[in-house]
Design a binder for this molecule. Structure first.
Ligand code: PNW
Length: 499
């Protein structure tokens, strides 16, 4: 047992951690999201979401023309999911509430009794099993009715989201103490408004940037609602979950474009919240203003914040929520070089080419290149830019094509990425407080449908019973969670470090 409480001072020659404990209090979890697992798309009075609309009206949008009408059927099989969560010994389970399941019309005047009963059951079931619920309010399934009114490009959505958040806090905050307002605002805005995700609108120049501003204000209003109306009573913590890849320059000459690409793809969503000054990242704000002027626009396409808005958004966090999967190498595009929409978010706006290194292994998702050191670099960068903030890794994981249970590639991914988390904690003193594996289960992987699988547990989508089966990675992650330590080589090698 004492081997398991080893701390700090291990041999980190070659910066390989041999066997080392996570710091006391470090929390382990796994994540899913409502649309990707629940099914029950029209159960009871549930409203239609933009993903329901997308998969039904444009089946070609999904690689295998599938949908999540049933998905993992977690709307019915949630107890089975909780059994897996408990079996793994997780400290928390991160799942999301479907806005149109709780508020069928999108607005807070009508709360669905079945929606409320479903999320109460999941929350109570987790707590009964000693697992903390971590609840995301918005994981991409906007009520279609709100989309018809302009969705995230309409400034009124800021208050609609705050109203929805207040309903969720009123119903569940007595039992939920960690909240994520919005999952990956970058995916919501740049994915949704470059035509890569629902609502599938192509308007990078204006739509995506209106969305950016409103999604930040919506997050901040929800944060303030909690702070003003619930915090004193329940003492919970809130943040947003940003998706950030590690960007490094291809050559020394590419440093400037790399810094701008970082600001464009994730600084846009983090600087307004976490920086001391608030507002847009200054270099990006200048670039966007100049660019917009050159293009003949009367004002910057990146919508300005008022002073009040800057204050509202600044500091609207209790920890830093980070989703991380992959890395890119950045270089300035050659004159006239054409960059595809899929070359990454910074390509068209900045003329930045995003590449990968040949030795980075590719997962089943073509965008997911494996570079574990990228996670440590990113954690250090966050600390350097925004100070000694508590960081919760809200997603990290690996996809395969999913037919095998013996998923050694996924085990290696988790092992190597977790090792980098430990190095960031022990060597760089970054305050990482927890780690979340994406995903508990195979699920509907958005436009990839069921062609790539992220689950620690496989799901057989051809069977109406949707049976779950543990992959080797589920056993591996369970062993890490139970030991609260990572063993890369033999424990015997670490004799000098036993406590
Ligand atoms: C996340 N990238 O999206 C989402 O939060 C999940 O719903 C999704 O299933 C999971 O990752 C796997 O894709 C991402 O560009 C979107 O690196 C974009 C990126 C990574 C993750």
């Amino acid at each position: 047992m004492c081997l398991l409480v080893v701390v700090g001072v291990l041999a980190v020659a070659n910066e390989r951690v041999d066997s080392q404990s996570f710091p006391p209090g470090f929390q382990f979890g796994a994540a899913t999201s409502a649309y990707q697992i629940e099914g029950g798309w029209n159960a009871s009075d549930k409203g239609e979401s933009i993903w329901d609309r997308m998969v039904h009206s444009r089946p070609d949008f999904i690689d295998d023309r599938s949908n999540a009408d049933v998905a993992c059927d977690s709307y019915n099989l949630w107890e089975e999911d909780l059994r897996l969560v408990q079996e793994m010994g997780l400290d928390f389970y991160r799942f999301s509430i479907s806005w149109p399941r709780l508020l069928p019309h999108g607005f807070s005047n009508k709360i669905s009794e079945d929606g409320r009963r479903y999320y109460n059951a999941v929350i109570d079931g987790l707590r009964a099993r000693g697992v903390a619920p971590v609840v995301t309010l918005y994981h991409w399934d906007l009520p279609q009715r709100l989309q018809d009114l302009g969705g995230w490009t309409n400034p009124l959505i800021v208050e609609w989201f705050a109203d929805y958040a207040r309903v969720a806090f009123t119903l569940f905050a007595d039992r939920v103490s960690t909240w994520i307002t919005i999952n990956e605002p970058g995916s919501v805005c740049d994915g949704g408004y470059r035509g890569l995700l629902a609502p599938g609108v192509r308007d990078r120049e204006i739509g995506a940037l209106l969305c950016t501003k409103h999604v930040l204000l919506a997050h901040a209003r929800a944060y303030r609602v909690y702070q003003e109306e619930f915090k004193a009573k329940y003492l919970g913590e809130l943040s947003i979950a940003n998706q950030e890849s590690w960007y490094e320059p291809k050559t020394d000459q590419d440093m400037e474009i790399t810094l701008l690409a970082r600001e464009y793809s994730f600084g846009r969503y983090s600087h307004p919240i976490y920086s001391a000054a608030g507002g847009w990242p200054p270099a990006l704000e200048r670039y966007m203003a100049d660019n917009s002027k050159k293009e003949g626009y009367p004002r910057s396409r990146l919508p300005a914040f008022t002073q009040d808005e800057i204050q509202l958004v600044k500091g609207s966090f209790d920890f830093y929520g980070l989703n991380h999967y992959t890395s890119r190498v950045v270089r300035a595009a050659a004159p006239g070089e054409s960059l595809s929409r899929r070359a990454g978010v910074a390509a068209e706006e900045l003329g930045a080419a995003l590449e990968t290194r040949p030795h980075w292994k590719t997962a089943a998702s073509s965008w997911l290149k494996v570079n574990p050191e990228g996670l440590r670099n990113l954690l250090k960068l966050i600390k350097q830019q925004y100070g000694d903030v508590k960081i919760l890794i809200t997603e990290n994981g690996y996809s395969d094509t999913g037919h095998q249970l013996d998923d050694h590639d996924r085990i290696n991914y988790y092992k190597d990425y977790l090792e980098q988390v430990l190095l960031a904690v022990t060597e760089d003193a970054v305050r990482v407080v927890g780690y979340t594996a994406w995903s508990l289960l195979d699920n509907f992987e958005w436009t990839s449908g069921y062609t790539s699988r992220f689950g620690l547990y496989s799901v057989d989508f051809t069977s109406p019973m949707r049976p779950r089966a543990a992959r080797a990675s589920a056993r591996y992650y369970t062993s890490v969670v139970r030991a609260r330590a990572l063993r890369v080589t033999r424990v015997a090698d670490t004799h000098n470090a036993t406590a």
